[in-house]
Design a protein around this ligand. Sequence first.
Ligand code: PMT
Length: 400
Amino acid sequence: MTLKNKKIILGITGGIAAYKCAELVRRLKERGADVRVVMTNGAKQFITPLTMQAVSGNPIGDSLLDPSAEAAMGHIELAKWADLVLIAPATVNVIAAINAGLANDLLTTLCLATSAPIAIAPAMNQQMYRASVTQQNLASLELRDIRIWGPGSGEQACGDVGLGRMLEPMQLVELVEQHFVPPQPKFKILITAGPTREAIDPVRYISNHSSGKMGYALAKAAHKLGGQVTLISGPVSLATPDNVERIDVVSAQQMHQAALSKAPEVDIFIGCAAVADYRPATISDQKIKKNDDDMVITMIKNPDILADISTSASARRPFCVGFAAETQDVEIYARGKLQRKKLDLIAANNVAIAGQGFNSDQNALTLYWENGQLDLPLADKEQLATTLMLEILNHFHKKS
Ligand code: PMT
């Protein structure tokens, strides 16, 4: 009952995703939330007030000028009642109206009259979402501390493909849970991120496509959830998240040395870096000349940072979480790494799927542990990182 006694106003506006709101309300109520639904006229074209009344167990608010509704719970009373106002789906119209400070129906009036946090789950055609005025409206709402949850990406009701889908009900429920999460006990965490570069000569190296986005998002999420974060980063072009200690390294050996020296000081270690498994056996002092038609580079194995920390006999071994970047048989390989490296958890991503994994803004993961697994569906890396961090903390606290 993670949402026990939480009072949530769900504002539904006129988008096709409104039909998912019955499921959303059921899942919120399952977790103990008290949900009151406010519908715009547009919303009622997509899902009936009767359905929403039945699933929420409360009368629906749909009019600012309805004396009987006002007599039951007036709009100011309703605005004061809420712990959270969630607008899902939020059309481009309601986003613009809230940004402009309009109060031309019950929902927009509530947004002005409430002191509760407001979250919106945008849902619209991908082109409308990308329109500069929509982006400006969203940025301006964010500046006013309104949470923007989503949108997700994929096929749209209109046939287009892209960003603009309302997040799935369970993703929204998780975000609501995170919003209400009680402050976590403090913890220290070490995260590796980005690629490593293995030098061949002074001007050439072997590396991979890791951008560092996943690891940096984890560092940000860990800090948000109360972590004292150290981030060991390969070469990336990302800004250091606020309040995170960053140690820059280049090669796997440097990352190994930095990680092993920090690991005994932390409670949790996450290996998110794409560490090169091999490095050239020798690094030429001078730039290698193009003398022959072919060239052979002998490679030798790099130390395995994650395995060395996880299998350490030290009493200060941290809770160890690995990543598995796979292109096939994801579960088999991920579980193999979980066992072989003696990890507590492993987050596997299928990096053969376009638009997720290496160097993209989104990812999807499956978290595996000895007796279980959990799918974390495709989402922006920042959002996914928060969900993953909450799962990691759950497992960590259960173990300690
Ligand atoms: O950086 P992004 O562009 O955001 O992309 C994110 C990501 C795809 C890099 C990330 O989600 C990811 O999957 N990271 C792990 C990549 C990887 O190297 O996976 P692996 O299956 O080869 O390694 C398994 C685990 O062992 C990883 O936790 C890795 O950090 C660790 N390892 C591997 C080799 C080594 N020598 N030392 C290690 O610690």
